[in-house]
Design a protein around this ligand. Structure first.
Ligand SMILES: [Zn+2]
Length: 193
């Protein structure tokens, strides 16, 4: 049971950090950070996808209207599953499944349907719907899939967290030296003595 306020954002890209909101052991993901819609809002603010004013507004509205907020969270978790599958297929050198690609396409269609183009040719969103955090998120996913950092995608040796490895010789092994890196060091130390 993870606390989204304390979650380490070590993925190196918002789309990777999004997938990391379900962490834990590789085969039995058991460290969920998105328990409620408000967690999605906090996470989106922490990763810079929405600003604090909008985050406050969405959280307050969700308290009054829990049902549509829960539906938006469900949509986010569905998208997370598809992005997770695409990234893990990429890591394994496999082609992603058509169903996963289509889910990302649908999220991007929805995002662009609500977007405006700024004079600097960037997408921007102004609506305050519960789905609002998903729009820049869908766009971030496409950015990751299009961009070179995907070549540097790696997975922690101990847990299911992924990251964009920006080390010079691609030697990153852990999600974080404070978490899995420290546990592994301790394990080796004990094995030695
Ligand atoms: Zn780890």
């Amino acid at each position: 049971m993870g606390d989204v306020r304390a979650m380490r954002l070590v993925g190196g890209h918002p789309a990777v950090d999004f997938v990391n909101t379900l962490g834990g052991a590789k085969n039995t993901p058991n460290d969920e950070y998105l328990h409620a819609y408000s967690d999605l809002v906090i996470w989106s603010e922490r990763t810079g996808l929405i600003d604090s004013e909008l985050a406050g507004g969405l959280a307050r509205t969700a308290e009054r209207r829990p049902q549509p907020a829960a539906t938006a969270l469900e949509d986010a978790l569905q998208l997370r599953g598809h992005v997770d599958a695409i990234l893990r297929a990429t890591l394994a050198g496999r082609a992603p499944r058509a169903a996963d690609l289509d889910a990302v396409r649908r999220a991007e269609v929805d995002a662009l349907a609500h977007a405006a183009l700024t004079p600097h040719f960037a997408w921007t969103w102004t609506a305050t719907a519960f789905e609002r955090p998903l729009w820049p998120l869908a766009h971030a996913v496409l950015d990751l899939l299009h961009s070179k950092p995907l070549d540097r995608l790696g997975e922690c040796e101990r847990c299911r967290w992924m990251f964009v490895d920006t080390s010079a010789n691609r030697s990153r092994r852990w999600c974080s030296m404070d978490a899995c890196g420290a546990i592994e060091k301790m394990r080796r130390h004990r094995a030695k003595h």
